[in-house]
Design a protein around this ligand. Structure first.
Ligand code: NI
Length: 186
């Protein structure tokens, strides 16, 4: 069942989410939440979704970190689940790109992010994993991770001039020159 997405102004988007207990992960209720989150993310064509965005203040997010295979356009997208994630290392190098967010899809924000990160997390089987991510997947994961701490893209804008209506992106790129644009909201 697709869930309602919390929109900017909802207090849950500004709260620090609570960790998931190991014994919760195997429960039917938890599996249902993950399944509903996946459905919600796919229904809204997002590339990521954090639990606080569906009014669940827990440290869980989904992210599409494996790009779609152009050879298999009908294959279901691979969606990774990150439970109790911790970013344990990041490159010094920072890159800016325009990002959308499912909690305020009307806006795009130019957000500087670390180019590469290392993240530790639990998967839906409760296994402890580590991932090294670079470029776009690293950006998506940093965006979702921020949601767990109540941080939004608008907080990370270097200037309020870096917050625009999504509908006006072409005019902005024409004026300010090319910058990367995320293809999908998070
Ligand atoms: Ni978002």
């Amino acid at each position: 069942m697709p869930l309602a997405i919390a929109q900017l102004g909802q207090p849950v988007l500004r709260a620090a989410a609570k960790p998931v207990q190991a014994e919760e992960i195997a429960t039917a209720e938890f599996r249902q939440l993950l399944s509903d989150m996946k459905e919600t993310m796919l229904a809204s064509s997002g590339v990521g979704l954090a639990a606080p965005q569906v009014f669940v203040s827990r440290r869980i997010f989904l992210a599409r970190i494996v790009p779609a295979d152009p050879e298999k356009p009908d294959a279901p997208p691979s969606i990774d689940v990150f439970i109790n994630p911790r970013i344990v290392a990041a490159t010094q190098e920072v890159e800016s790109a325009w990002e959308g967010c499912l909690s305020f899809p009307e806006l795009l924000v130019l957000v500087p992010r670390r180019k590469g990160i290392r993240i530790e997390y639990l998967d839906p089987q409760g296994r402890s994993l580590t991932a090294e991510l670079h470029g776009y997947p690293a950006r998506v994961v940093q965006h979702e991770y921020d949601h767990l701490d109540g941080v939004l893209t608008i907080d990370r804008a270097a200037s309020t001039r870096d917050i625009i209506k999504a509908s006006e992106i072409k005019a902005v790129l024409g004026e300010r020159g090319p910058a990367k644009v995320d293809p999908a909201p998070e």
